[in-house]
Design a binder for this molecule. Structure first.
Ligand SMILES: Nc1ncnc2c1ncn2[C@@H]1O[C@H](COP(=O)(O)OP(=O)(O)OP(=O)(O)O)[C@@H](O)[C@H]1O
Length: 662
């Protein structure tokens, strides 16, 4: 309400006096003023004497207060100045207050009448708290959330009865965080002031919003740059003209360049033929494509993804390249797939002179880079020894890659070993496919059962080992390899050479360090050591304390162990599960160790059918009718045993019938 006439002023003065004298409020008074007056009275505000100092800041507090509100002051001050200039004729004070009505900033003309009235009263740090000054434009504005005008005797305190004050809220999202206000003497107030103040408070609110968004953007940009700097993948961007616009630290490391390449054309920035130019031409990107490029400092081999960058309208503005050196990729693969060798000399159990000798050879082989040949029957521990050589050696941090030549179809051995070039035949992945030799780069490659390798591949292998480089199928380029090779065989190599099934030259190439792994039957006391070691593993896992009886150990000593350590391993496993007590006895062993069965088989000539029935019955007897245990003893599956029980009519009401052996 703008009071413009003296009459109105006088009427309002009467209302004010009435209220303070008797507590009665005039019907003409607006509801919000009445509410505010009542509230001010309730809070005990003195309408005559205003003590502004009570709530205001000391000098030290003021410094903290202004620092805390620095950003809003920075945004609002130019607006306050503008407002002050526009209404300079009207003898105004323009002020910014925080949400508790404490003054943050003031604009007022020097030596004006207002300055004389308010000298030192409106200044930063002075608080017009509702509990001190009662009803003001600020307190109404807080309540309504809109611009408010309070004039003359609408103020609760007499001290402001000759003033007109306007206040407008400043919002941050939905919350009022400050107010701008004007104070002037009654007669001087312009009608436009309210409109202008309202616009300016909105301008400040919008600036706060914009700055917040910009702040978020700055934070996001900072986070992005942190990620881009910290990643181990190289990143490089070029604009449409092929000018390098960005490169991250990993990119500089992989390409062996520094930040000075930014601003140069890509052909000047790197010393190899840049593949990114093709993406600029075709505008087509790709994912995880392998590249091997010749540079002045040697071959650069990496996997890379290229992404065309586009603006809002979809126009191409450059290309982003993300790349990783192939060695790092392989290292990661090996790490993730657990292809790293974990076995050491300590994992090889045995004290026999043969094993002592092998342990010495492992150390010797570990200390140099020559090809190692491990010869021995199946299951003697050749792979274990190969892994121990890798772990002991200089390459223990590199990959350990194992390829079993027996397990691979003849026609895929070559590709598996040497890799394919892109497009060498249908189905070859884009960018080609590296072979095991490349994957083992920096580490060890174990070629298991080398004698199962076809002769033509044997000669290729010989070339690879001699030249220390591979050529992928369908390719021409020689790819240098840095690999320690270990080969194993359980066949008689000399015999195979005689029969022309193994290339003699390859034999000389692979047998620089030749380790003969003895069969288990020749290792004497080691058999007991290994058996106990394996049992201990089961005890540890299951929290048991089983031991092997003397009788069983004797049988083990005389057994011929055709399957060597692997056979011993499975015998212990089987016995461990069949033995319900703490001592593994003969009855817990697989059927083949059982003397009675062997004897009964020997004493009379049986038909195969009869022999099988006897074996099934005996196993079921030993296992007290437990089909799972009996199947384990017989080394066949449970379902097969059920089938045999049914076929031979050994069941009774679904349960095994304990017939006497015929
Ligand atoms: N001295 C040993 N101490 C402990 N465990 C051993 C020992 N020798 C072999 N083993 C274990 O016996 C099993 C067979 O060993 P490994 O696979 O190394 O034999 P291999 O000679 O490579 O067999 P194959 O010729 O069939 O490939 C593995 O579980 C291995 O850990």
């Amino acid at each position: 309400m703008m009071l413009s006439t003296v009459m109105e002023y006088d009427r309002m003065k009467k209302t004010w006096l009435n209220f303070h004298a008797s507590g009665i409020v005039d019907d003409n008074l607006s509801e919000k003023i009445v509410d505010s007056w009542l509230k001010s009275r309730e809070m005990g505000v003195d309408p005559i004497e205003v003590d502004l100092e009570r709530n205001s800041y000391t000098d030290e507090q003021l410094e903290v207060f202004l620092n805390k509100n620095e950003s809003i002051i920075k945004i609002a001050e130019p607006v306050l100045e503008e407002l002050f200039c526009q209404f300079s004729n009207e003898n105004l004070i323009v002020t910014l207050v925080d949400e508790k009505f404490c003054v943050l900033s003031v604009q007022q003309a020097k030596e004006s009448s207002m300055e004389t009235i308010f000298k030192d009263l409106i200044k930063p740090g002075i608080c017009f708290g509702e509990n001190i000054v009662g009803t003001t434009a600020f307190s109404l504005c807080k309540k309504t959330g809109q611009i408010e005008v309070v004039s003359g005797y609408e103020h609760y305190c007499k001290e402001y009865s000759n003033l007109i004050c306007v206040a407008a809220p400043i919002y941050d999202e939905d919350k009022i965080i400050a107010y701008i206000g004007t104070v002037s003497v009654l007669k001087n107030t312009s009608e436009n002031l309210k409109i202008v103040l309202s616009i300016m408070s909105k301008m400040i609110s919008n600036s706060i919003k914009r700055l917040k968004v910009e702040g978020e953007l700055v934070k996001k940009t900072y986070l992005h740059s942190l990620i881009v700097d910290a990643t181990s993948e190289g990143m490089l961007t070029v604009d449409n003209n092929g000018i390098i616009t960005f490169i991250n630290p990993a990119g500089m490391r992989i390409l062996n360049v520094d930040r000075s390449v930014i601003g140069k054309h890509i052909t000047e920035g790197v010393d190899f033929e840049p593949t990114i130019l093709h993406v600029l031409e075709t505008q087509e990107g790709y994912t995880d494509r392998e590249f091997r490029l010749e540079s002045k400092s040697g071959i650069i081999h990496f996997v890379k993804t290229a992404i065309p960058m586009r603006d809002d309208k979809g126009e191409m503005i450059g290309v982003l390249d993300i790349f990783r050196s192939i060695n790092e990729v392989k290292y990661m693969i090996n790490k993730m797939t657990g292809a790293q060798a974990k076995y050491t000399i300590e994992n090889i159990v045995g004290e026999s002179s043969e094993i002592q000798e092998i342990k010495k050879m492992i150390k010797l082989a570990g200390m140099n880079e020559s090809v190692v040949l491990l010869q021995g029957e199946i299951g003697t521990g050749k792979e274990l020894i190969a892994r121990a050589i890798h772990t002991y050696g200089l390459r223990s941090e590199g990959p350990f890659i194992d390829i079993n030549c027996t397990a691979l179809p003849r026609n895929s051995i070559e590709g598996e070993l040497f890799g394919y070039e892109e497009g060498s035949f249908t189905g070859t992945s884009k960018g080609g496919y590296p072979g095991k030799f490349e994957m083992a780069n920096g580490g060890t490659l174990l070629l298991d059962e080398i004698t199962d390798m076809p002769l033509d591949i044997q000669s290729k292998l010989l070339r690879v080992l001699r030249r220390k480089s591979v050529v992928r199928i369908g390719g021409f380029k020689e790819i240098p390899i840095d690999v320690r090779t270990i080969v194993t065989t359980n066949k008689d190599l000399q015999q195979m050479i005689k029969e022309k099934n193994f290339i003699e030259d390859l034999y000389y190439q692979i047998s620089v360090i030749d380790i003969k792994v003895p069969p288990l039957r020749e290792r004497g006391y080691d058999i007991e050591l290994i058996a106990n070691h394996m049992l201990e593993q089961y005890n540890l896992v299951n929290g048991t304390q089983k031991i092997i009886s003397e009788e069983v150990l004797k049988i083990f000593q005389t057994w011929d162990w055709q399957g060597n350590v692997r056979e011993l391993e499975s015998s212990i496993e089987c016995a461990y599960y069949l033995c319900e007590g703490n001592i593994i006895e003969v009855e817990h062993l697989q059927n083949k160790f059982n003397k009675d069965v062997m004897d009964s088989m020997d004493c009379s000539m049986l038909t195969i059918r009869q022999a099988e029935i006897n074996a099934v019955k005996r196993a079921l007897d030993y296992a007290n009718g437990n089909v799972s245990k009996a199947a384990k003893l017989l080394d066949i599956g449970r379902n097969t045993l059920y089938q045999k029980i049914r076929n031979y009519g050994l069941e009774y009401d679904g349960i095994y019938k304990n017939n006497k052996i015929c």
